[in-house]
Each structure stands twice: as C-alpha cells, then as structure tokens.
Design a protein around this ligand. Sequence first.
Ligand code: ATP
Length: 316
Amino acid sequence: MATPVLHTQGVTKAFGDQVALSPLDVEVMEGRIVGLLGPNGAGKTTLLRMVTGITKPDNGELKMWGEPHHRKLLSRMGYLPEERGLYKSMRVAEQVLYFATLRGMNRMEAERDLKGWFERLEVEGWWNREVADLSKGMAQKIQFIATVLHRPELLILDEPFSGLDPINAALVRGEMLRLVQEEGTTLVLSTHDMGSVEALCDEVILLHQGRKVLAGPTDTVREDARRGRIRVVMRGNLMAFVAELGARAELLSKSTSQGKSNEGQSVHQIEIALPDGWPMPDFLSWAVNHVEVLEAVPLKLSMEEVFVQSVESAGS
Ligand code: ATP
C-alpha cells in the first residue's frame, strides 16, 4: 500500500484549558487535493501549524512520508499561512528569490522558474516593484509564488483565495491543478470558500471543535449527505400527487413549467426527501401509479449544505 504523505494518529493539542485538537486521525495520499474545512476555531490552523513544524502535538503520532516529523522534511513542503508575511521594503522578485534560496534553491534556477511563474500569474510588470506598493490581491499572488517556487511536494495553503478577485482566483486555481496534474504535487487546502472546494478538492476533511466530523471523497460526501433527497420531473395531476404523497415523504419544493408538453399537459418538477425506509426504486414504483414520471435524479448537496448539515448535527 502507498505511504501517505501525511498521517496523524491520536494527535491532540490544547492551549491551556482550550482543546484545539481532540485525538485526531487524518490521512492525505500523494497527488490528492484535500480540503481541510471547519467552522472558525475548529482546529484547522493548529493542524497545519503542526504539519509545518511550527507547533508540536501534545500526544499522538504525526508522520510525513512515513517518517516521524522532523525539520529536514520542511524543505519538501510549501506553506502559505493565513497571516501573510512579506517584507514591505524589499523588491518583489528579490524577496521571492531570497525565500527560494533559503529553501535550498540555486539562485539561477530560482530566477528562471520565477520568470515562468510571473508570466503564468500575469505579474510580469511587478518584478522590480516594492512590496509596499502591492495591492492585497497582488501580494497574495506573490506570496503564492513564494510558496511554490522551490517545488514543494506538499503544498499547504491556508485561505489561498482571500483577497483575490474571481479572475485571479481562477488563475491561481488553474495553477494549483497544473501542479497536481503535471508535477504530482499533493495539496492541502484550508478554506471557507466552498465553491473552490467543489471545483478543486478530491477529498475533504471537516473538523469541528477539534474533532473530525466528516472525511472522504468530495462527491461521496455530497451524495451521502443528501439524505434521500431526489428531484422528480413528471406529468399529471400535481395537486393530487402531492396529496397522495402526504406524510410519506417531505416535499421540499414544487414548480410547474410554463409551457405545456406535446400531450397538452403541464410538466411539473418536485424535490422531495425520502425517508430512510423508502428507497428511490420503491418510491418510483409507487409514483408511476399516480403520475407519468419523466425523470428522477438523486440530488447532490452543495459543499456549503454539507458543511452546515454536518456541523449542526455534530452539535456543540
Ligand atoms: P479559523 O477558521 O477561524 O482560522 P481554525 O479552524 O484555524 O479557525 P485554530 O486557529 O486552529 O482554528 O484554533 C483552534 C482553537 O485553538 C481555538 O479555540 C483557538 O482559540 C485555540 N488556539 C489556537 N491557537 C492558540 C494559541 N496560540 N493560544 C491559545 N489558543 C489557541
């Protein structure tokens, strides 16, 4: 079996009385894009700071590439922290090159790669500008470049899209995907931006009050969380159907399309939540006795809905 890039077992962390992480087991495999999610104060940054060697677990085991965590592994990682840090008085390229050489990169190689990054992120004109002159979004792009320039195998990004407009966010997202697809980089992304999670993440880990409340492939968790919700497109007497449905299933929404179908009857769409004991095939066998079913599809929840539902059912 492949060795995980990151593996924690029973990791805990407390700050005085405040428990930041309860015994936590997480695993991140190579080449995956994993979204680390959770409400404010859930413990995300605490976990990322452990992975990047800033803090240590109180208990438990933290392994990187199958080895207990040690400082030499840090050169294999790139960390974009939530709190940004660029030296205001330095020039942009000079600063990024300085970071790259600190991380063991040869200056000429770093300069060549940096030119490529400046082109791809469309900041060519900023090479010699002072950091103090950068807008928030510009500084964010430069900091992203500083995080990836030394070609880390594991990229850890805390809110990488904050301050970026939709066009620049898409540009950075595209570069993240390219790194994963072309370089095999592993990416751990902590963000509250659920749209980016849906667009990017193969897997999610959702923390709440220091505990893992949900983990798995993004598509699977969105499907599993739907709790019997389906959309049915049908022709027939909607009122009578809804009355028949009664308390058997929860009606979430109903609508009727303006135009009539070829047969002169209106086409209706309803969204319902089937109870646990009434699987979709059984529901459909029942429904065709009352209306003409044109289409029936399971509804997938948005990541935002999954997030809210999981946190609410985990309680406080
Ligand atoms: P956010 O989404 O707001 O960034 P987070 O999930 O990253 O939140 P953490 O920063 O890991 O959350 O915080 C987890 C808990 O640990 C919180 O209750 C926080 O107050 C506490 N905590 C984190 N760092 C410290 C610290 N240095 N000293 C005291 N308490 C801390």
